[in-house]
Design a protein around this ligand. Sequence first.
Ligand SMILES: [Fe+2]
Ligand SMILES: [Fe+2]
Length: 320
Amino acid sequence: MKDALSGPDPREAAFQATVDSEGKIEPKDWMPEAYRKTLIRQISQHAHSEIIGMQPEGNWIGRAPTLRRKVALVAKVQDEAGHGLYLYSAAETLGASRDDMVDALIDGRAKYSTIFNYPTLTWADIGTIGWLVDGAAIINQVALCRTSYGPYARAMVRICKEESFHQRQGYEILVDLCQGTAEQKRMAQESLNRWWWPALMMFGPSDDNSPNSAQSMAWKIKRLSNDELRQRFVDQSVPQAEYLGLTIPDPDLKWNAERGHYDFGEVPWDEFMEVLKGNGPCNRQRMEARRKARDDGAWVREAALAHAAKRAARAEKSAA
Ligand SMILES: [Fe+2]
Ligand SMILES: [Fe+2]
């Protein structure tokens, strides 16, 4: 039972005052345990998404149509690895261990973005992923640059700069395809048809079904609601699709002058729930590839640790 004389924890009030005044919480500052746990979950899920997200695009590195496209794609996939590493490091500042986070991913306890459980069937998918998936990531992440936890907010600033390169390289692929032959344009349209709804799912369930949002908003580790972010994405993407001459596969999509936004149809949430449960088209394949990569790399990690230990022992000996 709480001591009636002690009242509310003054550290909690100071913490909330910092958050309310747009100050940053740093690793050594006091923070509520639930804030720490929620952030570890959010940041590690974000890190896992970056790492798993390398797979669908890695699938096309060996088949990129030109050297220039290959170089850009290699650089992009490498950037995603870097994003994963910044984010694992940001989570480590909260006391999480990298091994535990990776174990949670590998055992299927941790989640990552459902979008990466869809296959990349054509070259146009590489364009569409850059345009829509990185585009959606930017909308999420620009909001997170103002998040209350310092290391996370600072990682986001750098990540956003790289994401905007990713989005442009993807959009440029689609511009070329849409200005190319009829067959290339059909390939682009078919790709958009497959990726549009999964991209809208990237913002998570609608606000009525998003139970943790209110607390996360008060802590400023979430700055805009899922539905607000999704609306921004739709408003941004429609003119981009028009420029390409592509049709967004939503018969309910139309400009609403009164709201000053596009209205759009219902996201297929049943599909989202299935993919989230592990039953998407590529969930098993993605996890298997991740597991194999960890097993194949085990000897490198062991050798690096053995080498570091040997150097430390040698340094200690020469100091003595
Ligand atoms: Fe990324
Ligand atoms: Fe990206």
